[in-house]
Ligand binder design. Structure first.
Ligand code: NAP
Length: 342
């Protein structure tokens, strides 16, 4: 690589006490790393910024995944192989995986390279592999079909319903013949859920009384609660479950900024009376079945039956803003940051 190229990198500067800010990161410019023997050098073209990244800079992160101060912040992304000494990768290959908040990454040949070669799926732009045709897409698909197991007529309540996972769950549940109620953080999102996704009800959890609205919209109880946020909304859902309900623990976005002080549900005993289940799942257990979800999404999109949104910021300077946006709900759709030409 030309020696005057610099590699912009966001490193962890401090741990936030509550809400994350740009000051928690420092943008440094270093020389582009060298190609190592047997390795590859990748130029990042896009990152996907998701809520659980907040736990990488927690002081008591529940996953134990906290990054040390000074480390490059993590994220999955896509890039192009710009130099290679590895027979499995050619110059120009598009790759997806853990690239981090940086413009160039060098992967050495002495370790397995944690990237997969990437081709566009179902005719969608290749960055869709960072969301609907990637991790969030399969999370919605298997979380709903395999864990929740929807039946025609079920009442399905979905939190973070305009989020990447949530919006797909809403649409798949609707296509399965369920009554679907979404919870989201502003009126524009609620209107979109009703008007564009055609779901049956929407609740603005920032301006409405969620407990009262769930009772009003789900008078016979909730058969499936697809939980993306945890916290008080999970407790409200537990208070409103129908007999035999299935609560799917997918994520806990409302808690990711809380570090060690997570809100525990107090209404869990309803699971006993209602003979209900509450089950977590981790998407990587379904890895061998991912193609099934991609194929189904491709069919539904081609038939005009499925929508997805991508919210894009541009340039290395904006990456912390992207994380702030997903944690404040300012994004509308999957939050991508694109870097230069794709
Ligand atoms: P996402 O829902 O697109 O996340 C962004 C949205 O979360 C924001 O737009 C915001 O929407 C909402 N949000 C932010 N802070 C919130 C808060 N304090 N309370 C309630 N909502 C809040 O994220 P995603 O990538 O689709 O992931 C959804 C969940 O699935 C995440 O919790 C993630 O960790 C989890 N996940 C789990 C697995 C698994 O294997 N189990 C895999 C992937 C993802 P509003 O405007 O509506 O607040």
């Amino acid at each position: 690589m030309s020696s005057n190229l610099k590699n912009g990198q966001w490193r962890v500067a401090s741990y936030p006490e509550a809400e994350v800010s740009r000051d928690n990161f420092e943008l440094v410019y270093e020389d582009v790393p060298a190609l190592e023997a047997g390795g590859i050098l990748v130029r990042t073209t896009a990152l996907v910024i998701t809520p659980p990244l907040r736990m990488s800079i927690g002081t008591g992160g529940i996953t134990g995944n906290v990054l040390p101060i000074g480390e490059v912040m993590r994220a999955n992304g896509q890039g192009v192989v710009v130099a290679t000494d590895n027979p499995n990768f050619a110059e120009g290959d598009v790759v997806t995986g853990p690239l981090g908040w940086q413009e160039y990454v060098s992967f050495g040949g002495d370790q397995p390279i944690p990237l997969e070669k990437t081709e566009a799926r179902a005719g969608l732009p290749i960055e869709a592999n960072l969301h609907i045709m990637g991790g969030s897409g399969v999370t919605a698909y298997f979380g709903l079909y395999d864990v929740a197991k929807p039946r025609i007529g079920d009442v399905v309540l979905v939190s973070a319903a305009v989020g990447t996972v949530g919006a797909l769950v809403c649409q798949l549940a609707k296509l399965s013949g369920c009554k679907v109620i979404g919870i989201a953080g502003n009126d524009k999102k609620c209107t979109w859920l009703m008007d564009e996704l055609g779901i049956d009800g929407a609740i603005n959890y920032k301006s409405e009384d969620v407990a009262a609205r769930v009772k009003e919209l789900c008078p016979k109880g909730v058969d499936i609660y697809f939980d993306n946020v945890g916290g008080e909304v999970l407790d409200i859902a537990l208070d409103n479950i129908a007999h035999g309900a299935r609560i799917v623990l997918c994520g806990a976005t409302s808690q990711y900024e809380g570090d060690a002080n997570w809100y525990g549900p107090s209404n869990y005993f309803n699971l006993v009376y209602k003979e209900a289940t509450m089950q977590g799942f981790y998407i990587y257990s379904y890895a061998n079945r991912f193609p099934e979800a991609y194929q189904r999404y491709g069919e539904l999109i081609a038939a005009g039956k499925l929508l997805y949104n991508q919210d894009e910021l541009k340039g290395i300077d904006t990456v912390p803003d992207a994380l702030i946006r997903v944690l404040s709900g300012d994004n509308f759709g999957t939050q991508i940051v694109s870097f230069g030409d794709r």
